[in-house]
Design a protein around this ligand. Structure first.
Ligand code: HEC
Ligand code: HEC
Ligand code: HEC
Length: 122
């Protein structure tokens, strides 16, 4: 009997944990890419990655981001700016400065140099 309960408990726990894990995944770009049926290898070149993927992979699938229309960045004081985050004054920056894959993305412009923009980075 105790064996049965342990088995049941393990089952319940594993269902619960995988649901919690899946919910966390959706918030990251990794989740979004896996939803689009991409695999680890599409970015990492291997199905058993150990280190970071190169941004060359991003550009292979997301070409011409620098030609996208500008978006509105709103400063903390309410001032609006038309910015192309993919071709701003420093030119095209490394994708992973802003877009993280396995953790939430951050707006690199806000780190140190600048004003504080309220802009969402997917
Ligand atoms: C859309 C591209 C993409 C996909 C899909 C992806 N990764 Fe990554 N991975 C990255 C990038 C970029 C980094 C660098 C860190 C970051 O941006 O979060 C990284 C980092 C890593 C690292 C190194 C962590 C570190 O801090 O050194 C591992 C391990 C890893 N990924 C495993 C995986 C596995 C396993 C999968 C599939 C389930 C996967 N990745 C899917 C792009 C991707
Ligand atoms: C093998 C092709 C492929 C690679 C490699 C790839 N992506 Fe994607 N990416 C996709 C697809 C497909 C989608 C989902 C459809 C869409 O939004 O265009 C997507 C979606 C996105 C989105 C939009 C998510 C949203 O909220 O709409 C961002 C941002 C993104 N990718 C950034 C990256 C970055 C950064 C890298 C490199 C680390 C990368 N991608 C590598 C194919 C790829
Ligand atoms: C300075 C920060 C920054 C850098 C660097 C950056 N992005 Fe973005 N990216 C953004 C922001 C902000 C958005 C949201 C734009 C919007 O609201 O439409 C975005 C949106 C996207 C999207 C989804 C929206 C769309 O138009 O399809 C993709 C895909 C993407 N970026 C890919 C890339 C790739 C590939 C690179 C590297 C060549 C890159 N980004 C570099 C900030 C950045």
């Amino acid at each position: 009997m105790p064996k049965f309960f342990i088995l049941l408990l393990t089952l319940i726990l594993s269902v619960f944990l995988s649901a919690a894990f899946a919910a966390g995944e959706e918030k990251t770009l990794r989740g979004k890419h896996l939803e689009a049926e991409l695999s680890c290898a599409d970015c990492h070149g291997t199905d058993t990655p150990e280190k970071k993927a190169s941004q060359k992979a991003c550009k292979g699938c997301h070409e011409g981001m620098e030609n996208e229309p500008p978006v509105i960045f709103i400063e903390e004081n309410g001032k609006k700016h038309e910015v192309n985050p993919h071709n701003a004054h420093p030119g095209q920056m490394r994708c992973t400065l802003c877009h993280s894959i396995h953790k939430p993305s951050t707006l690199y412009c806000n780190e140190g140099c600048h004003h504080t923009f309220n802009a969402k980075v997917p």
